[in-house]
Design a protein around this ligand. Structure first.
Ligand code: NAI
Ligand code: 15L
Length: 282
């Protein structure tokens, strides 16, 4: 395995659920981290870390945080289905500030994208990392914007990105959907570490899910290039959760689940009819 880079790593969203986990886990593995979030860091800082309270939408405040950093782990911002006005500043303007900072520093970005960039694909489909983006919410749309921004900065400026399309990353899955797309905290840590250390990643997508027997939706990504394979599995929760489904037909039809169903106002379209919508014009 390559040596750990010596430059510090900036972690946004450090006070959030995944940020707190990564701050502790990566610090324990010897990484030097600069942490930031719009809210105070809860509790004591892990060793070899510093913390600055900043709004991602505040360009002059964000820029110096990346000075001298070799990589940015971008986990900050709105992390749920919220109205457009709430998503705009942190997730659209904020991610632009992160890419501007990365470009100045020639730093790699590990972007916490989301399964909700493809949330309007039907669960009966099998999609790979080149499948069309089909966001299920303003939140999913903001993550799709982040992925496209990453492509732009790679093509135009050579800024590398690993786009982590995270499924459901939590201590445990909670229903049938999350059983399939669950990512354990330990698999997340190893994935992020490989995303930091792998050579020449370019701009690539990885599906962020553990080795769950019930996951059939996603295939093909850059995991081999990173040298990452998930080690954990949700299978031990299957007997309790496999039948725990929502009673909303929209949630159950699309990969994004409740995010797809939330605010859905279209008359229900038959699956066959919807497939025709996707056919290229003849
Ligand atoms: P979280 O909501 O716990 O953490 C997000 C952090 O971003 C919070 O601490 C919040 O204060 C901070 N933040 C929000 N607005 C900000 C702003 N304007 N400026 C600076 N910081 C701001 O979310 P979680 O679960 O830790 O997720 C982390 C990242 O991973 C998010 O980007 C989320 O979209 C992404 N993700 C998480 C998944 C999961 O299952 N936990 C699944 C897919 C993606
Ligand atoms: C996400 O993108 C969210 O950040 C997280 O809170 C979960 O809702 C997850 O997706 C999911 O789809 O379960």
């Amino acid at each position: 395995m390559a040596d750990r880079p010596v430059k510090p790593v900036l972690l946004t969203g450090a006070a959030g659920a995944l940020g707190r986990h990564l701050a502790a886990a990566l610090a324990a593995r010897g990484w030097t981290l600069r942490l930031t979030d719009i809210v105070a860091f809860p509790g004591a800082l892990p060793p070899n870390t510093s913390f600055t309270q900043t709004d991602l939408a505040d360009a002059p405040a964000i820029a110096p945080l990346a000075d001298g950093c070799g990589a940015i782990l971008h986990f900050g911002g709105i992390s749920r289905d919220r109205p457009f006005d709430e998503v705009l500043r942190p997730n659209i303007i904020g991610v632009y500030h992160i890419y501007e900072a990365a470009c100045r520093e020639r730093a790699r970005v590990v972007l916490a994208s989301s399964n909700h960039v493809v949330g309007f694909h039907e669960r009966s489909e099998r999609i790979d990392d080149l499948a069309p983006l089909m966001p299920d919410s303003y939140y999913g749309l903001s993550k799709a914007y982040g992925e496209l921004l990453a492509q732009l900065y790679w093509k135009k400026h050579g800024v590398e990105s690993v786009l982590l399309r995270i499924g459901s990353c939590a201590p445990e899955p909670w229903d049938a959907r999350s059983l399939g797309i669950w990512l354990s905290y330990a698999d997340l840590t190893r994935l992020v570490e490989r995303a930091l250390m792998a050579r020449d990643v370019g701009c690539e997508v990885v599906w962020g899910a553990s080795k769950n027997a019930s996951l059939s939706w996603w295939s093909n990504d850059a995991r081999a290039k990173l040298g990452w394979e998930p080690a954990d599995s949700s299978d031990r929760f299957a007997s309790r959760l496999a039948q725990k489904r929502s009673d909303n037909p929209i949630s159950e039809r699309y990969m994004g689940g409740d995010y797809a169903a939330n605010g859905y106002s279209r008359p229900l379209v038959a699956p066959e009819e919807e497939k025709n919508e996707r056919s290229p014009p003849t």
